[in-house]
Write a protein that binds this ligand. Structure first.
Ligand code: FAD
Length: 314
């Protein structure tokens, strides 16, 4: 069976859900093998083996600190060495940039925002702000596909493997921006927005006070998202923006609070499995795509929901 190369930048254990999802998809297409841009601890390699990974490719020497350029050079060299049937990556900004650069280096076609990959390597994706589902296939080279988080339920491998370890001599990364300093990001304890299973997002209707959104997200173990109106107003950091020019998310549950539902917002969240909208305007466009709609004031509805969930959990 042909191998399917999964690019995973795993800092440690436990293996992130998004990585286990990619490995589940890869197992449906062939033999999963992993390209890790950093040397792996033995217990991480063993955990990958438990997901059915037959081989792990690591750089011979630590990659230079040049943002994604070195990761793309490493991935391209790994593809040349392993000749997989396809390459899968996550759908974060960084993964998509690695995919794009790798595609250029290999002359391969790249498909982003996939929600499913069939055994014949045709890819399903949601397009035009989520109004259509399209099926497409790479025509040139080895297909490079970035897959949205929460596209499948991660499953463990029926037969664990002991991965063979391969070292890849990485060619020059080419022109690249070098990192000159780093500042620790404030840790919220919440899941990463693009991988979260539950997102509570607030818009202009929050009127500068995101605490009801944060409280509800925290009782649900979810991430906090926002419309562009809220991030532009400086009520919450720009990395929380969901939509056409923000993050594309696909959670199991998306709670939209005080967001009108403009097309650019819908573009980033329309593929959520269940959408709950809270808006005081019964004609708000968000209700057109909501599975459950609550016409009401966010400052009354959100705290009530938070209290009720807390009560039922205690
Ligand atoms: P509004 O449209 O002002 O809606 C606020 C809503 O809150 C209203 O429906 C109102 O009824 C409701 N409300 C007010 N008070 C309350 C209350 N107390 N209780 C309940 N409901 C209340 N937008 C994005 O979100 N993401 C993007 O990535 C994005 N990219 C863009 C790219 C381009 C090129 C352009 C032109 C625009 C983009 N936008 C994006 C902006 C988008 O068009 C909208 O302007 C924006 O989404 C509106 O944000 P909002 O829904 O929070 O605000």
């Amino acid at each position: 069976m042909a191998s399917v190369l999964v690019f995973i930048d795993v800092p440690g254990l436990p293996l992130p859900r998004a990585s286990r999802e990619l490995l589940t998809i890869a197992r449906g297409l062939g033999d999963p093998v992993v390209a890790s841009p950093r040397a792996l601890e033995d217990d991480v390699a063993e955990a990958l083996g438990n997901c059915g990974v037959a081989a792990v490719y690591e750089p011979e020497q630590a990659l230079p600190d040049v943002l994604v350029a070195a990761k793309a050079a490493f991935l391209a060299d790994t593809v040349r060495a392993s000749e997989p049937a396809a390459v899968l990556l996550g759908n974060s900004f960084e993964d998509r940039e690695v995919a794009a650069r790798t595609g250029v280096k290999l002359g391969s076609g790249v498909i982003t925002d996939a929600v499913a990959v069939a055994p014949d390597l045709s890819v399903t994706k949601s397009v035009l702000a989520g109004s259509y589902t399209s099926t497409c296939r790479v025509q040139n080279g080895i297909p490079i596909i970035t897959v949205k988080a929460n596209s499948v339920e991660p499953e463990s491998a029926p037969v664990p493997a002991v991965p063979q370890r391969h070292r890849i001599a990485v060619s020059d990364a080419g022109p690249a921006a070098r990192v000159t300093g780093r500042t620790e990001k404030r840790v919220s304890g919440r899941p990463e927005l693009s991988e979260a299973r539950v997102i509570v997002a607030g818009g202009r209707g929050m009127d500068g006070d995101f605490s009801p959104v944060e409280d509800l997200a925290d009782v649900l173990g979810g991430a906090v998202g926002a419309s562009r109106a809220a991030t532009d107003a400086g009520w919450i950091e720009h990395s929380a923006q969901v939509g056409q020019t923000g993050k594309t998310v696909s959670p199991q549950l998306y709670i939209s609070a005080g967001i009108s539902g403009a097309i650019q917002q819908k573009a980033g969240m329309q593929t959520a499995k269940v959408i709950v909208a809270v808006n005081k305007d019964p004609d708000a466009p968000v209700f057109e795509i909501a599975d459950f709609g609550i016409v009401g004031d966010v400052f009354s509805v959100l705290p009530q929901a938070t209290e009720e969930i807390k009560k039922r959990r205690s």
